[in-house]
Design a protein around this ligand. Structure first.
Ligand SMILES: NC(=O)c1ccc[n+]([C@@H]2O[C@H](COP(=O)([O-])OP(=O)(O)OC[C@H]3O[C@@H](n4cnc5c(N)ncnc54)[C@H](OP(=O)(O)O)[C@@H]3O)[C@@H](O)[C@H]2O)c1
Length: 253
């Protein structure tokens, strides 16, 4: 029997990258997994992989920047599945225009809607279910850009991810008495489709040296299998071959 048998997990942004790998890993450990994202075709493919491995999955497409759409998924979870043990609050976006000179109001809106408001809506819709069952775990995919400010990720992304980290800590402060645990997971560079939005193309060698989605999934699984009395408030996961450190060394030489 899997370590998460009898548990229910909701993974957002599960059609690709970190969310896809996390959904597959949680289902492989026996969790019933609900997967959300905007593109149904991507979610269907992930669901097929989970089912082929003997897992249980529900595909619930939604634009998570819309509170009513988020609530609809949460209502399905609450009424049909009856519990929510793990929320992997992972959906996120970046845009190509990263410098202040290129930034437009629509770009800022896309970043704040897609990274911050969506994360708030998912956490808010999960809380009543978790409170009623006496506990639950939220893992929010923030970013190294949510912990440290650097020019690489852009002002809007960095600001929205800093807010996700703050949101996660505030959840622990208010909800720990209800048995609810919140973790801000802060990855450095991970080889996923979001990197297609980088202004500069990355080489195969650079991509291979990054953290892989499966590495983040292993971390999600670790967090999800810690006993309920343990809260891991924040965790950084970065490539050993850290391009920003190496670039800084080069500048010093
Ligand atoms: N890759 C990295 O280097 C890195 C580093 C640090 C943090 N992160 C964070 O990791 C998380 C996962 O990203 P990823 O790297 O795995 O990239 P990804 O493959 O692009 O995954 C992001 C997913 O989020 C979904 N999504 C975006 N906006 C959404 C919305 N409004 N509603 C529902 N779903 C939405 C996308 O699917 P649809 O477009 O179909 O909706 C997509 O499947 C993001 O929060 C990202 O910021 C990534």
């Amino acid at each position: 029997m899997g370590k998460l048998a009898g548990q229910t997990a909701w993974v957002t942004g599960a059609g690709s990258g970190i969310g896809e790998a996390a959904a597959i890993a949680l289902a492989a450990e026996g969790a019933i997994v609900v997967i959300s994202g905007r593109t149904k075709e991507k979610l269907d493919k992930v669901a097929a992989t989970i089912k082929a491995a003997g897992g249980t999955v529900h595909v619930k497409p939604a634009d998570l920047a819309k509170p009513a759409a988020v609530q609809k998924v949460a209502d399905f979870i609450g009424s049909k599945l009856g519990r929510l043990d793990v929320l992997v609050n992972n959906a996120g976006v970046n845009i190509q225009q990263r410098t202040w000179k290129d930034l437009k109001p629509e770009g800022v809106q896309e970043l704040v809607n897609g990274n911050l408001f969506s994360a708030f809506y998912c956490a808010m819709s999960a809380l009543p279910i978790m409170r009623a069952q006496g506990g639950g775990l939220m893992i929010h995919t923030a970013s190294m850009a949510g912990r440290f400010v650097s020019p690489l990720s852009g002002a809007g992304y960095t600001a929205s991810k800093h807010a996700v980290v703050a949101m996660s800590h505030s959840l622990n402060m208010e909800e720990c008495g209800n048995g609810i645990r919140s973790c801000a997971m802060c990855p450095g560079e991970v080889r996923t489709p979001i990197l297609d939005k980088r202004p500069n193309k990355l080489s195969e060698k650079e991509l291979a040296e990054m953290v892989q989605p499966e590495d983040c999934a292993a971390l999600v699984l670790f967090l999800a299998t810690m006993p309920p009395h343990v809260c891991i408030n924040e965790v950084l996961i970065t490539p050993t071959h850290n391009r920003s450190y190496l670039a800084a060394q080069q500048r010093r030489l």
